[in-house]
Write a protein that binds this ligand. Structure first.
Ligand SMILES: NC(=O)c1ccc[n+]([C@@H]2O[C@H](COP(=O)([O-])OP(=O)(O)OC[C@H]3O[C@@H](n4cnc5c(N)ncnc54)[C@H](OP(=O)(O)O)[C@@H]3O)[C@@H](O)[C@H]2O)c1
Length: 341
């Protein structure tokens, strides 16, 4: 029987690429979004249309993912789940209501609906390296298997959205560990733990979207359009094509059923943001000469991360930072109607 993958977060940077990668691999995809409008944005996107998925692609609209049982009927006939849709901090978000609470509730809802659904083979959950690192990266090496202590008591208020995001990811990893340990589910569970994700974002169809609705790619855009990131960016990266493939490989791994541990893959390879401008100077001299590209500033935060589990899963073939930078900047020039030179 062909696999049917339910994917969340498909109207966002990472989830959309997972969706197109899954379609390219021949899977059936059911994507869960919060409104019909968001479903249309995904299914009418030129990158999806180009794949002509026909009835291999369907949308399910769930207005509130945080309601218990919200996924019960959406999972009928589904074989694999990739849960990527989760808030990333925005200045206008309420830290508890819009970030911490949905991060936690959506994930536990999906896991409990999966437990009630016969035929689920795996649940893959997108986490973040901040779940292993906390707010201040430690001096020692951490990996996807690292767990920080569960805050006691679990906070109900946060100083800002970023703190809510970090604690949300820490608590989500603990909640998932507890679920797997206590329920020993018949399906495999994997946490995928990315550093900053960069690469083409097919959802960004305008210059404005490239700068404003482009999640982590915004760091690269700032760095090449004379901007400055308001906060330091972790020096660990993964190319968007690789993180999509890692999610799919993790979903289709052979596993012992009823295991009491998840299998986690983290990837945050060390980069130096000072190299960004050099890559751009070499590839796009005309755009610099024309004043379309200008050197900006990306302050960064150092840390040590062991990505070997994900590298092994990918047979050692991970795309370079230079490729990611040129993909993002090349797309920026494309949507600006400029020559890629
Ligand atoms: N991009 C990175 O560098 C990076 C690095 C590490 C980890 N991650 C993780 O990757 C995942 C996706 O990030 P992204 O970069 O793709 O972000 P993004 O472009 O902002 O997309 C976020 C996605 O999550 C969905 N979402 C957010 N809040 C939701 C809610 N309350 N209920 C239902 N859906 C909700 C959004 O849908 P709506 O439009 O309905 O809100 C959207 O589809 C997140 O878990 C993030 O923590 C990303």
């Amino acid at each position: 029987m062909a696999a049917t993958i339910l994917i969340t977060g498909t109207n966002g940077l990472v989830g959309f690429r997972i969706l197109t990668t899954a379609l390219e691999a021949g899977h059936n995809v059911r994507f869960a979004v919060r409104s019909e409008d968001k479903a249309r944005i995904v299914s009418s996107n030129p990158a999806v249309q180009k794949l002509a998925p026909g009835d291999r692609l369907s949308a399910v609209v769930i207005p509130d993912f945080t309601i218990q049982g919200a996924f019960d009927s959406a999972l009928e006939g589904v074989t694999h789940i990739i849960h990527t849709g989760s808030p990333v901090p925005m200045p206008w978000y309420d830290p508890y209501k819009d970030i911490f609470e949905p991060t936690r509730k959506m994930c536990s809802n999906i896991l409990s609906s999966a437990l009630k659904t016969p035929g689920i083979k795996s649940v893959v959950i997108t986490s973040s390296i901040v779940g292993n690192l906390g707010s201040v990266p430690p001096a020692h090496v951490v990996s996807a298997a690292t767990r920080l202590p569960l805050p006691d008591p679990i906070p109900q208020t946060f100083k800002d959205g970023y703190e809510a995001y970090i604690i949300g990811k820490i608590v989500q990893l603990h909640d998932t560990d507890t679920f797997v340990r206590e329920k020993k589910p018949p399906f495999g569970v994997a946490n995928i733990v990315p550093g900053y994700v960069y690469g083409r974002n097919e959802l960004a169809l305008t210059v404005e979207a490239m700068g404003q609705s482009n999640s982590s790619n915004n760091a690269i855009i700032q760095g090449v359009t004379g901007g400055e990131m308001a906060f330091p960016v972790h020096m660990g990266f993964v190319h968007i094509d690789d993180i999509a493939e890692i999610h799919l490989r993790a979903a289709f791994l052979d596993r012992e059923p009823n295991s009491d541990v998840s299998k986690d893959f983290g990837v945050a390879r060390k980069v130096d943001y000072d190299t960004v401008w050099g890559y751009v100077e070499k590839a796009f001299p005309k755009a610099i000469q024309d004043g379309v590209l200008k050197k900006g500033n990306v302050p960064s935060l150092d840390f040590q991360y062991d990505s070997s589990d994900a590298e092994k899963l990918m047979d050692g073939k991970l795309k370079s930072f230079e490729t990611a930078v040129l993909d993002v900047v090349g797309q920026y020039l494309e949507v600006s109607g400029r020559e890629k030179a």
